[in-house]
Ligand binder design. Structure first.
Ligand SMILES: [Zn+2]
Length: 106
């Protein structure tokens, strides 16, 4: 498996873990969906257990540029209860980019 490109801008994303063959982008985030009641294209998991997922990657730039369309969910206890707020990133992309390149230059 190779690392998927950004879903929005089609940027080629490097693997954050080149020694392993799985989709783990550097400077990007991988999202998984189990399906959605209401979707007209993907809702296969009517009954548990979950057997199918859709997976896509978004690069950090696209995520930050569109953060108004991203919700940050915080689990509020047992079960599936969450509170949802507008996402306010508390890290910078540049910080992690510098760290990654330092690690890979050695
Ligand atoms: Zn992008």
């Amino acid at each position: 498996m190779t690392t998927l490109n950004c879903f929005r801008c089609d940027k080629v994303l490097e693997s954050a873990n080149p020694d392993r063959e799985h989709n783990q982008p550097y400077a990007g985030t991988s999202f998984q969906a189990q399906g959605q009641y209401g979707s007209t294209v993907f809702d296969p998991n009517v009954w548990t257990p979950v057997t199918q997922l859709l997976v896509l990657n978004a690069c950090d730039e696209c995520l930050l540029q569109n953060k108004a369309q991203v919700l940050h969910a915080t689990r509020t206890g047992e079960g599936v209860n969450y509170t949802y707020e507008t996402w306010e990133p508390d890290i910078t992309v540049e910080h992690w980019r510098e760290w990654f390149h330092e690690q890979n230059e050695e």
